[in-house]
Design a protein around this ligand. Sequence first.
Ligand SMILES: Nc1nc2c(c(=O)[nH]1)N(C=O)[C@@H](CNc1ccc(C(=O)N[C@@H](CCC(=O)O)C(=O)O)cc1)CN2
Ligand SMILES: Nc1ncnc2c1ncn2[C@@H]1O[C@H](COP(=O)(O)OP(=O)(O)OP(=O)(O)O)[C@@H](O)[C@H]1O
Length: 178
Amino acid sequence: MTKTEIRKQMKGLNTALSSEQREELSARIFNEAERLPAFARAKVVALFASLKDEPLTAPALERWSRSKRIVLPRVEGDIMRFYDYDPASMNDSGSFGISEPEATALCRPEEIDFIIVPGVAFTAAGMRLGRGKGFYDKYLSQPGFRAFKAGVCYPHQVVEELPADPFDVPVDHLCCGR
Ligand SMILES: Nc1nc2c(c(=O)[nH]1)N(C=O)[C@@H](CNc1ccc(C(=O)N[C@@H](CCC(=O)O)C(=O)O)cc1)CN2
Ligand SMILES: Nc1ncnc2c1ncn2[C@@H]1O[C@H](COP(=O)(O)OP(=O)(O)OP(=O)(O)O)[C@@H](O)[C@H]1O
């Protein structure tokens, strides 16, 4: 399958989950992330505000923001940057309809200790297919970036193989709710 075909197939499978399945699997996925030693050590955690076809991040966002500095992505033209999460100032009309933080407190890439990486599909070894704009591949390959990378996806998004490109950055651990 091509990248485009995989994206289409996964969107169908993801949106076919019932809200109960979605909530149950998402809870497992983020509980697994929370149990990683790298998470316990982390002070600055990068998360994302989930789209309809992604594991639900709202409960983790709420819980983690009590003990960690949480940063969320904003798309600014061709690049993605992370800013401090403040529940009072989220902007629901961000790029692609994603809820985004205000551009108040910029987080430099080297400040992040632990990053949750979304993906359309992953292999068990951590190779990843994203939404096709290269935002995460570019972010994760910046000089100075050193965070522990945890991929998150539903169990059916783990595939045998993916079309590989030289600029693809693998994740260190995959949390897939299994
Ligand atoms: N929740 C979440 N936030 C994120 C990402 C993500 O994957 N998930 N990103 C990770 O990169 C960045 C946004 N990148 C995105 C890239 C493409 C599309 C997308 O769905 N594109 C469709 C529709 C475009 C449109 O609505 O105009 C497309 O290209 O067909 C969405 C987000 C930053 N924030
Ligand atoms: N490190 C990088 N530097 C410059 N361009 C890059 C880099 N990584 C990816 N790109 C560009 O981004 C485009 C999209 O790449 P690809 O299809 O692998 O994205 P993806 O993995 O689906 O997306 P994402 O990383 O946003 O989740 C490619 O055409 C590539 O040229």
